[in-house]
Write a protein that binds this ligand. Structure first.
Ligand SMILES: [Zn+2]
Length: 363
C-alpha cells in the first residue's frame, strides 16, 4: 500500500509549478519514506526550473522529517526516527551501491528527481540521503542544514579548512553565503569580509559575524579587499607589498564574481608562502576567463567546493551543535516561511531577490 503525498511538480513544458496529490510507492529495499516537517528553498531549484527538460521533475533537496517506512535493507534508521533529507550521500565511503532515484506517476506522465525531492509533505528516497538526527532538534529552521548550511559552512571548514586568524572574503550573502560567514567565525577567521550589492543584506551579514562589508554596486570589491588585507613587511616576486584574502569564496557563481575571487586572493610571499585560494561554491552557468599570470606568479589556487565537501553523518551533528550553542542562528537565517500551496509565490520572491536569508516551506 502506497503513501499519499502532496507534491510540487515542475511540468516539462512550463516553469509554473503545480501541486498534485500522488501515491508514493512502497520503499524498494534501500529506500525510505519520510513524512516531512519543513524544506528549504534553494537557488539551484530556480536553475532547474529554467533549464530545458524531457519530463516532469520533482524538486527540493533539504528537509527535516520523520521516518514512516523503510525498505528491507535499511539499517541506520527505523520508523519514528527524526531525520534530515539531503542531496549528498550521508557516508559515501560505506555506500556499496549507487543510490536509487525515485520516479513518480503524475497526471501527465512520470516525474523524476535528480536525487531527492523535498517540496512535498511526504517523500521517498534512497537511504543514503537520509541522515538520522537527535529527535529534540527544532524541526522547522534546521531544514536548511541539508543544503544551505552544508554548502556554505562546509566550504569553509571542510574544503578550505580555514585556520584561526586567516582572512576570508565571501561574495554573496544569501543563505549559503551567510552559512559561510558563520563557518568562518567558528573557524576563527579574521577579518571576515562580506561582499554583496544590497546594504540590507550586508548589515544582516554583520549579525552573523562579518567584520567588514563591501557594497560592490558602488565600490570595486577587489581593490577594497586588498586595502583591508595589507601585510606589512611581506613582498611579492615583483617587490609589491603582499595583500589580499587567504580565501575568497564565491557563493553566487556568476561570471563577474567568479572572475573577482582570484584577484581578490592574497599574492604569494616569494619563497615564504603560497598565494591565497579562490573557492567556487555557487553553481556556475557560464565559462570564465582566468588570469593565468596572476595564478602562476602569485601561486594562487582556484578550487571548487560541492556540498561543502560534507559527509552528512559526520557534519550534520556538528552543525546542530552550533545551532544548539547559539553559534549558528538559524531562527534569524530563516527569513520567510511558506505553505506548500504558495510555492510559486516563494520561488518568485527568491527569483526577485526578496529573500534576505533563506526561505522554507512548512508542511
Ligand atoms: Zn540547494
Amino acid at each position: 500500500m502506497g503513501t499519499e503525498a502532496n507534491v510540487v511538480v515542475l511540468p516539462k513544458d512550463t516553469a509554473t509549478l503545480r501541486i498534485e496529490t500522488l501515491t508514493l510507492p512502497d520503499p524498494a529495499p534501500t529506500q525510505v519514506v519520510v513524512k516531512q516537517f519543513a524544506s528549504g528553498i534553494c537557488h539551484s531549484q530556480l536553475h532547474q526550473m529554467h533549464r530545458p527538460r524531457q519530463h516532469n521533475v520533482v524538486l527540493g533537496h533539504e528537509s527535516t522529517g520523520v521516518v514512516l517506512k523503510t525498505g528491507s535493507n535499511v539499517r541506520h534508521v527505523k520508523e519514528g526516527d527524526t531525520v534530515m533529507v539531503t542531496w549528498v550521500p550521508r557516508n559515501a565511503a560505506q555506500a556499496d551501491s549507487a543510490p536509487v532515484t525515485a520516479q513518480l506517476d503524475t497526471s501527465d506522465g512520470v516525474a523524476i528527481s535528480e536525487n531527492v525531492f523535498t517540496w512535498a509533505d511526504h517523500t521517498i528516497c534512497d537511504q543514503q540521503y537520509v541522515v538520522k538526527v537527535d529527535p529534540n532538534i527544532k524541526t522547522d529552521v534546521t531544514a536548511i542544514i541539508g543544503c544551505a548550511v552544508m554548502t556554505g559552512a562546509g566550504a569553509v571548514i571542510n574544503t578550505a579548512q580555514v585556520q584561526p586568524g586567516q582572512s576570508v572574503v565571501i561574495f554573496g550573502v544569501g543563505g549559503v553565503g551567510l552559512s559561510a560567514v558563520v563557518g568562518a567565525r567558528v573557524a576563527g577567521a579574521d577579518p571576515i569580509i562580506a561582499v554583496d550589492l544590497d546594504d540590507a543584506k550586508l548589515d544582516f551579514a554583520r549579525a552573523f559575524g562579518a567584520t567588514h562589508v563591501i557594497n560592490a554596486s558602488d565600490t570595486d570589491p577587489v581593490a577594497a579587499i586588498h586595502e583591508m588585507t595589507r601585510r606589512d613587511g611581506e613582498f611579492t616576486i615583483f617587490k609589491q607589498e603582499v595583500s589580499g584574502a587567504d580565501y575568497a569564496f564565491d557563493c553566487i557563481g556568476i561570471r563577474q564574481t567568479m572572475e573577482q575571487i582570484v584577484p581578490a586572493c592574497r599574492s604569494g610571499h616569494f619563497g615564504v608562502c603560497e598565494g591565497g585560494t579562490a573557492v567556487l561554491v555557487g553553481v556556475p552557468t557560464t565559462p570564465v576567463e582566468l588570469n593565468a599570470i596572476d595564478v602562476l606568479v602569485n601561486e594562487k589556487h582556484f578550487i571548487g567546493s560541492i556540498g561543502g565537501s560534507c559527509a552528512p553523518d559526520r557534519d550534520f551533528p556538528r552543525f546542530l551543535e552550533w545551532h544548539e550553542s547559539g553559534q549558528l542562528d538559524l531562527e534569524a537565517m530563516v527569513t520567510a516561511r511558506y505553505k506548500l500551496e504558495d510555492i510559486n509565490t516563494a520561488t518568485d520572491a527568491l527569483q526577485n531577490g526578496q529573500i534576505q536569508g533563506r526561505a522554507i516551506l512548512e508542511f
